[in-house]
Design a protein around this ligand. Structure first.
Ligand SMILES: C[S@@+](CC[C@H](N)C(=O)[O-])C[C@H]1O[C@@H](n2cnc3c(N)ncnc32)[C@H](O)[C@@H]1O
Length: 225
């Protein structure tokens, strides 16, 4: 199915493995744990103070796990999230359902996940009173943003597997699309990633990583005074 197969990870949640990229969609040390640590706790919760709405871009929408966890968090914190997810190779519904996310996520989160999976691309779909999704099925390296964002989840395959996704040119594009005081979070703290982010204009913070990874990165667009 799609050159994708389901693999189990250490926290009991599953993820996908891609033959095309010879890579997993999440950490084998715990898919759900990684998503919660990198994207929800270090990204979403970090930019929450004083915000009522968040425009969020995810690079690499994949299984929609990060999106579902964010929709769940949007309800919890009562903040309106407009979520834009870019994906070049959308997995089929069959492979997505075989991840078991519909069974292992909290029931309310699982319902949100099912609705996000079913949402068509290229239109804004209201998933809950707090969360809408707009799927963009396009090549991120060729894509020109037309919106501005407060937060970016950068969840491409690793720089060694897909270096073009992490290029200076592409980070510049994201920097320009980010609003002042906005942030980008990603699981990779590789030297070249931090350097390209800095050269693109970001203020780079190195944070503790999820299990199995020493560090991760949060990069801010600090306002110019
Ligand atoms: C690490 S996985 C993302 C996992 C995802 N965030 C999730 O929660 O399941 C990387 C994703 O990037 C997608 N991708 C690869 N090349 C791309 C490109 N040029 N443009 C957009 N998406 C791309 C892959 O198909 C894959 O879904």
């Amino acid at each position: 199915m799609d050159g994708l197969k389901v693999v189990q990870t250490a926290d009991g949640s599953s993820t996908l493995y891609s033959d095309r990229f010879n890579a997993c969609y999440h950490s084998v040390n715990g898919a759900l744990t990684e998503s919660m640590h990198v994207f929800i706790k270090s990204g979403f919760e970090a930019i929450l103070p004083n915000r009522h709405t968040i425009d969020l871009l995810e690079v690499g929408l994949g299984t929609c796990l990060n999106a579902a966890l964010t929709a769940y968090a949007a309800e919890k914190y009562r903040v309106e999230v407009r979520y834009f997810g870019i994906e070049l190779y959308p997995p089929s519904d069959d492979i997505l359902y075989s991840t078991g996310y519909a069974e292992i996520l909290e029931p309310e989160c699982a319902t949100l996940w099912g609705k996000i999976v079913k949402a068509p691309a290229t239109e804004k779909v209201q998933i809950s009173p707090w969360f809408s999704v707009f799927k963009i099925y396009a090549d991120y390296t060729q894509w020109i943003p037309t919106e501005s964002f407060d937060l970016i989840y950068f969840d491409a395959f690793a720089p060694d597997d897909q270096p073009e996704m992490w290029s200076l040119e592409n980070f510049r594009k994201l920097f320009d699309a980010l609003r002042p005081n906005g942030a980008l979070v990603t699981y990779s703290a590789k030297g070249l990633v931090k350097q390209n982010l800095r050269d693109a204009g970001f203020s780079v913070e190195r944070l503790q990583g999820p299990p199995g990874k020493r560090h991760m990165v949060r990069a801010w667009k600090t306002p110019v005074h």
